[in-house]
Design a protein around this ligand. Sequence first.
Ligand code: GLU
Length: 449
Amino acid sequence: MAKMDEKLEVVYQDVLKRNPGEVEFHQAVREVLESIGPVLVKYPEFRERKIIERIAEPERQIIFRVPWQDDRGEVQINRGFRVQYNSALGPYKGGLRFHPSVYLGIVKFLGFEQIFKNALTGLPIGGGKGGSDFDPKGKSDNEVMRFCQSFMTELWRHIGDVTDVPAGDIGVGGREIGYMFGQFKRLTARYEAGVLTGKGLDYGGSLVRTEATGYGATFFVQEMLKARGNDTFGGKVCTVSGSGNVAIYTIEKIHQLGGKVVACSDSNGVIVDEKGIDLDLVKQLKERERRRIKDYVEYRTHAKYLHGGNIWEVPCQVAMPSATQNEINGKDAAMLVKNGCIAVGEGANMPTTPEGIKVFLDAKISYGPGKAANAGGVATSALEMQQNATRDSWTFEYTEKRLAHIMKNIHEACFNTAEEFGAKGNYVVGANIAGFMRVASAMVSHGLV
Ligand code: GLU
C-alpha cells in the first residue's frame, strides 16, 4: 500500500474502526486519502475544519425492509439502502444497484466515489447511492415490478427533485426506473419528473442518457490518447469487460471512433471475436432478450466463448473495464501492460484493485479512474434534471455535444491538477484532488453542518 500523510493515516484508522468489515468502502476512502495530502498542506483550513473526517461520514444512512411476493405466492424479504452521502454541491445524486452482493459497505463505497465524481462534472449535484441485495437475474417481469413497487413504498419519503435524485446502476435500467417512477407518482400524487433520472423518453427521460456512461468513458480515453502524443482510437484493438449498459455503449462509441473491440464478457465467461464484436447481436441478446453472452457463438460461429475465462489475458491496446468493482487485480494489470496496453478507462466503479492501479501508474500507461472516466452517466443525469426543471427536451446532437464537452473539461481538470500537484500524468491524483477541492471549498462556506 502507498504511504499516507501521518495525520491522514489517523483519520483512516478511525474510518476502519467506525465501519468494521466494509472492505470496499475502506478501499475507496484510502485511495482518496492517499492523494490529498498535498492539498492539506496548501489549504490548512481544510484540516482545521475537519473536512476529511466530515466527508468520510455520510450525512444520512437509510436501511429498510423490502417485502414482496414472488410468482409462486411466496413472501420474499430483501434489504434496501439509500446513503445520502454529501449535499455540499447539490441534491444527493447517484444510482441504485440491485445485486445480491449489495450490503452497506458496497453502497458506501459507491456513495463516497460519487461525491467526487459528481463534483468533477462541474454540475450542481451532491453524492449518494442506494440499492438492494435483490437479484433481478431469473426474475419475471412481474416479480421485478412488485419488488420495485415495494422498494419505492419506503424510499419515496426520502427522495425528491431538490433533495435526493436516484438513477440506475447494475441491475437497474429503464424498466426498473419506470416501475419506481410509477409507484412514486402514485404514492405522492405528484408528477415530479426530476425525482429520478434514466427515465424513458416518453415521460421525461433525456436523449443520450442510455448511452452516456459508455460514450463518456470513451470520450475520456480519447482525450487521454490525445494528451499522450496526439494519438487516437483509429485502428486500436480494444477489450471491454461486461456486456451491460456501460459496456454496450462503450463498444458502440469505440467502433464509431475507428477502434476495434475484440472481447467482452459477463460473470460467466468471455467472448473473443477477432473480427470485432457484433454489437447489434450483443444488444439483441442482452437488451432485448435478456440472455447470457455465451449465446453469441450460436450466431457468430467464428468467435470463441471462454467459460470462466479472463478477459484481461486478451491482448489489447486499450482496456475499458465496464463490469464491476475489483475486476482487475495486480496480475491482470501486469498482463495488460506486458501485452502492450497503453490506456485504461474505467466505465465501472473501482474496477481496479490498489495493486492493479500501482502497476498501471508505475508502467506510466494512461489510466483513467472511474470517478473521472465514467462521470458521463451522472453528468447526463444532471442534464436530464435540467430538462425536467424547464420542462424541455433537447436533441440527441445537442445533448451529446454537452456530454463530450463535460468529459473534455473533466479530463483537463484532472490533467492540470495532477501537474499542479507534481504528479503529471497521474489521473488518480488529479481526479481525487480536483473533486475534493470543489466539495471541500463548499463545505467550508457552509460552516459546521
Ligand atoms: N450509477 C451511475 C454512476 O455510477 C449513474 C448515477 C446517476 O446517474 O445518478 O455514476
